[in-house]
Design a protein around this ligand. Structure first.
Ligand code: LLP
Length: 417
């Protein structure tokens, strides 16, 4: 059963109604279910039981330290892409030896911080980066654990902005250069080769691209073995999709089964980096209808959340279900564009939605636990919203609503001249 369900005519998260949350914490507000997050992570971990493995949650999907702490307590690893994410994971109690560091543009100070913290592995994406990392490790008299992220040239069949495994994308080392780069890595005294990595994209809803990418990685693994380079792990990245509208992505366990079958009894540690599939369906954005602006041509529901709180609709054409919190209403059914107060035509949360609305109604914008709050901004000088996690009958504030003063922190007036 979904952790988001109607009970006594009210949309609930676990054992708490969203109406209660709105009255206690105000709107707009992100609300997550602890149980949904935990069970998603455990489903991956359990499906991988027969295989040496590490599930590294992709922090970028939702980096609130309350959520990271929850996952750390389950024994999760973490996939990070910046020193900011590193600090969050450490503060949340994540274990450094379960952290993999991805990203195409790691700065020297970020490499230093990650070496100092003793992360499990750097997923290196270019020759330049490899050489820089060797230099940084040399100065610190350290060995940097490394996987090379290869670009398998596989079409993930997803939105072009979130496809990463095609040769036209900026990510990873081109397959044809992989062997030469491993040979180079083997000559660098402060690089310790650990594995091979790839990540082909996000919101992938079929298994074929994952299997194709893994087969390419396995071919490279064999070639490397011939050359005397043995690897300890394969990192297959993240990317498993969720259902937003009518997509039918494979279940987590089916995805893992397909990977294990493709691995074909290889005795090697498998790392995966799921983000969206752990938190995406575990969160909603709670918002209130401020005004209805209706006309012969178009009806607008103007709500208090906006594109700065949730950028996915306009950035990726993302579709999120929009549901009433109080199920019953006498309002007439109309087709609405649900829009925010920001001064842009791109400021919409959903278009052409058949809804019964009155001003003051509460709405839940669904499946926004991933890439919702983490992509929020202060555009139009709007404070970022409060984040709540529900566990059973209790609601906890895991990030307070920003205040207007917070918006100007660090800004200065010019001195008089
Ligand atoms: N590993 C790496 C190296 C990644 O770049 C990503 C996501 C992940 C793992 C996690 O992928 P997931 O399991 O969440 O699909 N903002 C976009 C998604 C961007 C994904 C970027 N990389 C959206 O809202 O759809």
């Amino acid at each position: 059963m979904s952790e988001f369900h109607y009970k006594d005519g009210l949309l609930n998260v676990e054992g708490v109604s969203l109406a209660e949350i709105a009255s206690q914490f105000g709107t707009p507000c992100y609300v997550y279910s602890r149980k949904a997050i935990e069970s998603a992570w455990l489903e991956f971990d359990r499906a991988l039981q027969s295989q040496k493995h590490l599930v590294c949650y992709a922090v970028k999907a939702n980096s609130n330290i309350g959520i990271l702490n929850l996952l750390a307590r389950l024994g999760a690893g973490f996939d990070i892409v910046s020193v900011g994410e590193l600090e969050r994971v450490l503060r949340a109690g994540g274990k450094p030896d379960k952290i993999v560091f991805s990203g195409v543009g790691k700065r020297k100070d970020e490499m230093q911080a990650a070496l100092k913290a003793n992360v499990k592995c750097f997923n290196v994406e270019s020759v330049n980066e490899l050489v820089r990392l060797n230099g940084v490790a040399d100065k610190m008299q350290r060995q940097a654990p490394v996987s090379l992220r290869v670009n398998p040239d596989v079409d993930a069949k997803t939105h072009p902005y979130i496809a990463t495994g095609l040769k036209d994308n900026k990510f990873g080392i081109a397959s044809e250069n992989a062997i030469a780069t491993y040979k180079l890595a083997a000559t660098l005294p402060h690089i310790s080769i650990q594995g091979i990595a790839c990540h082909i994209g996000s919101q992938i809803t079929t298994l074929t691209p994952f299997k194709d990418a893994l087969l390419k990685v396995l071919t490279l693994l064999e070639q490397l073995k011939q050359l005397g380079v043995t690897l300890r792990h394969i990192d297959l990245g993240g990317g498993l999709g969720i259902c937003y509208q009518n997509e039918a992505p494979p279940a987590r366990a089916a995805y893992i089964q397909a990977i294990i079958a493709t691995l074909n009894n290889k005795n090697i540690e498998l790392i995966i980096e799921p983000g969206r599939s752990i938190v995406g369906n575990a969160g909603i954005l709670l918002t209130k209808v401020e005004y209805l602006n209706e006309s012969a041509d178009r009806n607008f529901a103007i709500v208090d959340a906006a594109m700065n709180d949730l950028i996915r609709p306009v950035l990726y054409n993302g579709w999120h279900a929009i549901k009433r919190v109080v199920k019953a209403t006498n309002a007439e059914e109309r087709v609405y564009d649900v829009v925010g107060p920001v001064c842009e035509t791109g400021d919409f949360l959903g278009k052409n939605r058949l809804l019964r609305l009155t001003h003051g109604d509460l709405l839940a914008v669904c499946a926004t636990g991933a890439y919702g709050f983490t992509m929020a901004s202060n555009y139009n000088s709007r404070p970022r919203v409060v984040e709540i996690i529900v566990a059973g009958k209790h609601a906890y504030e895991i990030r307070k609503r920003e205040r207007i003063e917070d918006l100007m922190t660090g800004e200065n007036l010019l001195p008089e001249s």
